[in-house]
Structure formats: structure tokens, C-alpha cells
Design a protein around this ligand. Structure first.
Ligand code: FES
Length: 248
């Protein structure tokens, strides 16, 4: 497979970033109304900003700060703490490669190296055409299917360097791609961000959910008739703690 060596996205050109509009503000109000305290809406609101602009821009930080009565520093501290919030525009397809223990043992490092070699992108870089960004991830919480690659947080299981390269090439070419589990088509970064902001796309139950490797322990327990101890009902629990207090 020929290397594609993508040009790197230069520093952010804010003139081409879509603006946050009155609609964004109204949707932010909708999010805030879901919570007893306004500030609890910060995380989904940051995803909302990303769903419009592809990253958390200074305008996104200002909007969250104004609507939630927080300082820009407080909003910025949250936005820079969590790695799901991007500080520069992500690609339409944000590719995360896990190199944590299990994935590393099974080839995650080779996958990351192959994608870097193939695309010329490295961690936290986006291609100039805005299609692909690359992230080095520490565990995608999908170790039962290691080595795993994620695109906009959708799983591509049991990857190899070649299958990951093929995946990226298809995404760049606009060819249809479906995650191993989950929806039957790959969404874009902005579409995924909108779902994370709490505006469902209706695809949550589409496709394979928990696969055989995830359910292996459960199936084995069922076969052997293993049962977890019953959880004491509330009355027993209260009685038990009253008894304990009496005894002490
Ligand atoms: S170690 Fe890679 S998904 Fe957990």
C-alpha cells in the first residue's frame, strides 16, 4: 500500500470555523434545563460546541462561561483536562489507536506506527484536508477485542496494521465504513459530538452491541449455573445497619 503522507493542518484558521449561532445557544439552554444546577451542564455543552466547530474554541469557552456563570478559566480547566475535548479542530474521522497493555502486547504499537508512517500524522495532528486526525489512546475500554482502533469512539476490533491502514484510506476516500460493533455506518466527529451533547441520532441500538468476547464470562456463568449472591433488599439492609449500631 502506497504511503499517502497527508499534509498537516496549519494553525487554526478561525475564519473557516463555523460560528456558534443563536441555535447553539438555544440548544445549550435545552441542555442546562436538564440539570438541577446549571454548571452540571458543562460537559455536554462542550460537546455541543464541538458538534458545531469540531473543537472547543475560545468562542465555545466564552459561550459556556456566559451561560453557566463560570469563569473562562474554570471552563478552560475542564476542557483541557478531558482528552475527548479537542483544542484544535479534529478531523471528520478522529482515529484513536490504543497502545495500553493488552493492545500493545497484541500489536497496538505496530498499528500506531503503521498509521503514522502511512499518513505522516502523529498524535494530536489533523490532516490539512480535515478528514483524519490521529490520537494515541490509553485503553479504549474494549480490551476483550484488542488490539482496538476507534473512529469517533466507535469500535474497530481485532485490528492489524494493514486493516487500520485500509480503514483510514476508505474513510479518506469517502467509502462507506461500518464499525465492528454499534451503528451500521461510521458517523463524523461532529455528529458524534452532538450525540454526546445529548441529542440522540437514533442509532444507539443499531448493529452488534456486546459481542461474543464481551459475553464469554456471562455465558460461562450461565452454563455452570453460577449466581451472584442476592442483593439484600432495602429493609434487610436498614435492619442490618441498625443491628450493627446496637451491637457496637
Ligand atoms: S488495552 Fe486497548 S482497549 Fe484496553
Amino acid at each position: 500500500m502506497a504511503r499517502v503522507q497527508l499534509d498537516l493542518q496549519p494553525s487554526v484558521d478561525r475564519s473557516i470555523v463555523p460560528p456558534l449561532t443563536e441555535t447553539t445557544r438555544l440548544e445549550a439552554h435545552e441542555i442546562i434545563a436538564r440539570y438541577p444546577k446549571a454548571r452540571s451542564a458543562l460537559l455536554p455543552m462542550l460537546h455541543l460546541c464541538q458538534s458545531v466547530q469540531g473543537y472547543v474554541s475560545p468562542d465555545g469557552i466564552a459561550l459556556c462561561s456566559e451561560e453557566l456563570g463560570l469563569t473562562k478559566a474554570e471552563v478552560g480547566a475542564v476542557a483541557t483536562f478531558y482528552t475527548m475535548y479537542r483544542r484544535r479542530p479534529a478531523g471528520s474521522y478522529h482515529v484513536g489507536v490504543c497502545t495500553n497493555t493488552l493492545c500493545a502486547v497484541l500489536g497496538g504499537d505496530e498499528i500506531l506506527a503503521a498509521l503514522e508512517e502511512h499518513t505522516g500524522l502523529h498524535h494530536d495532528q489533523t490532516s490539512a484536508d480535515g478528514t483524519i486526525s490521529l490520537e494515541h489512546i490509553e485503553c479504549n475500554a474494549a480490551c476483550d477485542y484488542a488490539p482496538v482502533v476507534m473512529v469517533n469512539w466507535e469500535f474497530y476490533d481485532d485490528q492489524t496494521p494493514q486493516s487500520a491502514i485500509d480503514l483510514v484510506d476508505k474513510l479518506r476516500a469517502g467509502e462507506p465504513v461500518a464499525p465492528t460493533r454499534g451503528p451500521l455506518r461510521q458517523c463524523t466527529f461532529k455528529e458524534m459530538s452532538r450525540v454526546l451533547a445529548g441529542f440522540p441520532d437514533g442509532l444507539a441500538t443499531e448493529g452488534v452491541q456486546a459481542g461474543p468476547a464481551t459475553l464469554a464470562g456471562f455465558e460461562l456463568a450461565k452454563e455452570r449455573g453460577d449466581l451472584a449472591p442476592a442483593y439484600p433488599d432495602e429493609a434487610d439492609r436498614v435492619q442490618g445497619s441498625a443491628q450493627k449500631q446496637e451491637d457496637s
